[in-house]
Design a protein around this ligand. Structure first.
Ligand code: NAD
Length: 470
């Protein structure tokens, strides 16, 4: 597939292969862009700004709704391409496309609700006699840099609010999985003037970095790893920056919990998308009185997962993004076992597959739970009581989401108040998101929020207009 810049398809002699992680087959190629191409995209995005500002909110909203319709019509086609490039089970890809449609629709609706407010300047010293109000204005050109694990929906979480707020966009999709994003941007390009949406493919370290450093880009909206996010925050200068980074989400299971419900939650939370989820359950913190029963039931349910061809509707566990990623997970688990952890089920790698794995007797100092492990692992950390559970939950540089299973009201409220995370769910695993909720972590998990209404704050700048009436 070509890049899309200024409404035109742009190729290059330098091409990168996009491979199906399930069988290694080349699905397609994309250009490896260099700085000159990124520069062209920056120029086209700046040129297109006026065309969008001229458009009424009503028209922008309707155009986004037209794209909703187009994506709905191509739901299966998009889901199949997602599965081919990422290796996730087809049923999960269908959910991602459905959520993408929802994200787009929410943005189209919110495009009609960009309000300012009147500001009582007379509440401040010498402010009497003014009529003042704010206006929310587009920031200009938004660079959207996105990761491989939910390439479509996470990119739409940036593009759709950006355009709804009348910004133009340059997308730098993930190197491993750029195809659905390009295809989606083509749908947008059919509706909006040339240059409103541009896609530049290639390596983050070159084109991504160039976009981050450019003075002609006004905002960076990034989702990806903490390492890249930190680099971006150091280089972005005076631009607005939103960083949605990694997670090491804890889920606490207390002795008064509904164990079956908790098991179901952990199965979904630890193994969805083969564990490659920022808000995936990465640490299962269990009160020791119920740990044996919980572990037995978790193993039982884990062994029901079906690993296989991701295009087969019966498959519930697909591949990781690459064999390299699977090897990394394999080594991290081995390392934990060497330090005393015990594999209860799984622990087997086959190419890019890694089996759904339950590891017990994990301690908080093991690499498996200190760093973000992006694989289908449920590491059980046994604790004595609620105090220790909260202490373990907070013993991390991350703070994306968290969950607690308990039937006790005050324990749930203590977790809600004391766990340092952007979201705490009670009787639900951390791995849950609706596309309208404020989403974004504390600590090293990021800066700023997404979730349509909240993303609008990040995609606009506020101007105050004050009329001196005396
Ligand atoms: P990554 O940081 O390796 O890459 C993300 C994007 O950044 C890619 O498009 C990449 O090409 C680009 N990039 C790489 N180096 C760059 C640079 N120097 N300058 C600019 N751009 C650069 O992340 P990944 O491996 O694709 O994704 C997995 C990570 O993303 C995990 O840590 C996961 O938790 C996180 N994630 C976070 C959220 C969230 O909303 N908080 C959602 C999904 C994934």
């Amino acid at each position: 597939m070509d890049m899309l810049i200024g409404g035109k398809h742009i190729s290059s002699d330098d091409l990168a292969e996009v491979k199906n992680p399930y069988n290694g087959e080349v699905i397609d190629t994309v250009p490896i862009a260099h700085r000159q191409t990124a520069d062209l995209a920056i120029m086209e995005a700046n040129k297109a700004k006026e065309s969008l500002i001229e458009m009424s909110a009503f028209k922008v909203s309707n155009k986004l709704l037209n794209v909703v319709k187009k994506l709905e019509d191509k739901r299966e086609e998009f889901a199949k391409l997602l599965t081919l490039e990422v290796g996730k089970p087809i049923n999960e890809s269908l959910v991602e496309v459905d959520r993408s449609i929802e994200t787009l629709r929410l943005s189209a609706e919110e495009a009609k609700r960009i309000y300012g407010e009147s500001v009582p300047l007379d509440a401040g010293l010498n402010g009497k006699g003014f009529f003042a109000f704010t206006q929310k204005l587009p920031v200009g050109v938004v660079a959207a840099i996105t990761p491989f694990n939910y390439p479509l929906n996470l990119t739409i979480h940036k593009i759709a609010p950006a355009i709804a707020c009348k910004n133009t966009v340059i997308v730098k999709p993930p190197t491993e999985a750029p195809l659905t994003v390009i295809k989606f941007c083509e749908l947008l390009n059919e509706e909006f003037p040339p240059g409103v949406v541009n896609v530049v493919t290639g390596y983050g370290s070159e084109v991504g970095d160039y976009l981050v450093c450019s003075d002609e880009v006004n905002k960076i909206s990034f989702t990806g790893s903490v390492t890249t996010g930190m680099m971006i925050s150091q280089k972005a200068g005076m631009k607005k920056v939103t960083l949605e980074l990694g997670g090491n989400d804890p889920v606490i299971i207390l002795k008064d919990a509904d164990i079956d419900k908790a098991v179901k939650g952990i199965i979904n939370g630890a193994f969805l998308n083969a564990g490659q989820v920022c808000m995936g359950v990465k640490r299962v913190i269990v009160e020791e009185d119920i740990a044996d029963e919980f572990a037995r039931k978790l193993v039982n349910e884990t062994e029901k997962l079906i690993m296989g061809n991701p295009l087969d509707t019966k498959t519930t566990l697909g591949t990781l993004i690459s064999e390299k990623a699977a090897i990394q997970v394999e080594e991290t688990v081995k390392n934990a076992v060497e330090k005393g952890a015990k594999i209860l089920t799984g622990g087997v790698r086959d190419g890019a597959f890694y089996s759904a794995t339950v590891v017990d007797y994990v301690t908080r100092d093991m690499d498996l739970v200190v760093r973000e492990t992006f694989g289908p692992i449920a590491p059980i950390i046994r604790v004595k009581n609620l105090d220790e559970a909260i202490d373990v939950a907070n013993d991390t540089e991350y703070g994306l989401q968290a969950g607690v299973f308990t039937s006790d009201y005050s324990s749930s409220m203590r977790c809600a108040q004391e766990i340092e995370a952007g979201t705490v769910f009670v009787n639900k695993q951390s791995t849950f998101r609706t596309d309208n909720m404020p989403f974004g972590g504390f600590k090293n998990s990021g800066v700023g929020k997404e979730g349509i209404k909240y993303a609008f704050d990040e995609m606009t700048k506020t101007k105050l207009i004050g009329l001196n009436l005396r």
